[in-house]
Design a protein around this ligand. Sequence first.
Ligand code: IPM
Ligand code: MN
Length: 344
Amino acid sequence: MSTPGSHRVAVIGGDGIGPEVVAEALKVVGAAGVGLDTTEVELGAAHYLRTGEVLPDATLDELRGFDAILLGAIGPPVGSTEVPPGLLERGLLLRLRFTLDLYVNLRPFTGAPGSVAGDAELVVVRENTEGTYAGEGGFLRKGTPHEIATQGSVNTRMGAERCARYAFELAQGRDRRHLTLVHKTNVLTFAGDLWQRTVDEVAVDYPEVSRDYNHVDAACIYMVENPARYDVIVTDNLFGDILTDLAGAVCGGIGFAASANLNPARTGPSMFEPVHGAAHDIAGSGRANPLAAIRSAALMLDHLGETEAAARITKAVVDYTAGHQPGTAYPSTVAVGDAIAERV
Ligand code: IPM
Ligand code: MN
C-alpha cells in the first residue's frame, strides 16, 4: 500500500508524442492506487530551441533529488536541422545515464498475438554506461584527405561484472532461469573475452541458472526465427541497443517496448522511458501507442517497491494486448490509457 504522493517523481514529457504517452502512464499509475508527487521538468528539443539549454547543471542536480524520473521522448522531428545530431543524445540522454550511473538498461518483451514472436517472454539486460557509447575517440587531421576518426569501445571489468550480476540475479528469479550472453567474441577478442570471462566467473554464484552464448549476428537470426528461445539476455551497450529494436519489432512493434535505466545500487534515481522516440509525425493525432510508456511506469513502480501495483499494470498491458484483434487498429492514445486504467 502506498500513501498519496509518497514517491517523488520527475516527469520529463519531452518532445512529440512524449507528453501524450506519459500522461496516460500517470493516469494508469493513479488508477492502480499509487500516489506520486510529480514535478514536471522541461527538457528536450523544444526546450533547447527555446532556451539554448540541453541539460543545465542545476537541472541535473535537481533531478538527483527525486526517487525516479519518468521520461516520454526526446528529439526534434526527423529531418530537422535545427538541433545538431548527437547534441541531445549525448548531452541529455546519455549524460543522464552516465552521471546518474544508470548502468543497467532493462528491456522486457512480451510477444503480441499475431506478431512473429508468438508468446515469447524475454528480457534484455543492456549495459548502459560503457562500450562504444562511452565517448572514447576523436578525430585526427579532420577535414583533410588523411582524416582519421576513432571511436573505441570501453569495457571495464567492474562495468561488465555489475551488469552480469544483475542479469544472473534476474534470471535466478524467473521460471526458466536461463541466461544468454550476446557478444561477438570471435572478432572482438578483447572486449568479448573480458565479457565472457566475467560472465563465466559470476555464473559460479548462480549454479541454478543455465547458460548459453550467441554471437550477435546469429542472435539477430534467432530473434526473428525463434525469440522464445530467450529468457534473459545480457549484452553490451551497442549490441543491446540494436537487439532491443529488433526484439521490439518482432514482439509487435516498438510502441510496446518499455525500458528501465536502472541504478541498482540506488545511489540516485533511476529513469524509466519507452524505447520509442518522439514520433513528431503522429504527435497530436491521438495515434500514439501509450503501452510502452505505461509498461515503463510499471517498471518504475516495481523499482519504487510498489511491486503489487506494478504487476497489476504489467498484467493489464499484456492481457489487453493479447486480447487485441491482430491487424486491426488500436483505439486512440487516451482510449488505450482508459482501457488499461479500468483493468488495474
Ligand atoms: C535508445 C536510443 C538511444 C540509444 C539514443 C537516443 C541515444 O536509441 O534508448 O535505445 O542509442 O541508447
Ligand atoms: Mn535505441
